[in-house]
Design a protein around this ligand. Structure first.
Ligand SMILES: [Cu+2]
Length: 161
């Protein structure tokens, strides 16, 4: 194998970082174009098993992994997987997925709006969709699945004014 100079490696890493940032930007902006109807986030650990590297950390099982909406917009989570899932706020101001989100059983009940101190889709059975969660307050919200957080089932919702 040909050895690369430190400079070449640095340049390649920089190029990879730019490509990754671009891909993320496209992912995020691509969703905001769909203005009609609720934003739908699909949960499926089999279909979306490939690890995605996002700004908040690695994740799987969620598509799109980041949605950008505006205050007042509804978001629905669709479970087309064989197992149960939730989308539950990670109660932290951190910009990265924590090792332990400290979810409680409250995650299993639908509650709150996006912007509240706590919100969750509740337990979404296979083949079902959550009730809509309404984006209430601008901010960046990290969430995860009560059942599969350790497997990497996580995502981000960005609410704009
Ligand atoms: Cu899950």
């Amino acid at each position: 194998m040909k050895r690369m100079s430190t400079k070449t490696v640095g340049r390649r890493l920089a190029a990879a970082a730019v490509a990754s940032a671009l891909a993320w930007a496209i992912l995020v902006s691509g969703n905001s174009a769909a203005a009609a109807g609720p934003s739908v986030v699909t949960l499926n650990l089999v279909h979306f098993s490939k690890i995605v590297h996002g700004p908040a950390g690695d994740y799987v099982g969620v598509s799109p992994g980041s949605v950008r909406v505006h205050v007042g917009d509804p978001i629905v989570f669709a479970n087309d997987d064989a197992g149960h899932h939730t989308a539950t706020l990670i109660a932290t101001a951190a910009r990265e997925f924590p090792a332990n989100p400290r979810f409680t059983d409250a995650a299993l009940k639908y509650s709150g709006s996006i912007g509240d101190a706590q919100w969750s889709t509740g337990d979404i059975a296979p083949g079902h969709r959550s009730a809509a969660l309404i984006a209430k307050k601008p901010g960046t919200y990290l969430y995860g699945c009560f059942f599969d957080y350790s497997a990497g089932m996580r995502g981000v919702i960005v609410v704009e004014p």
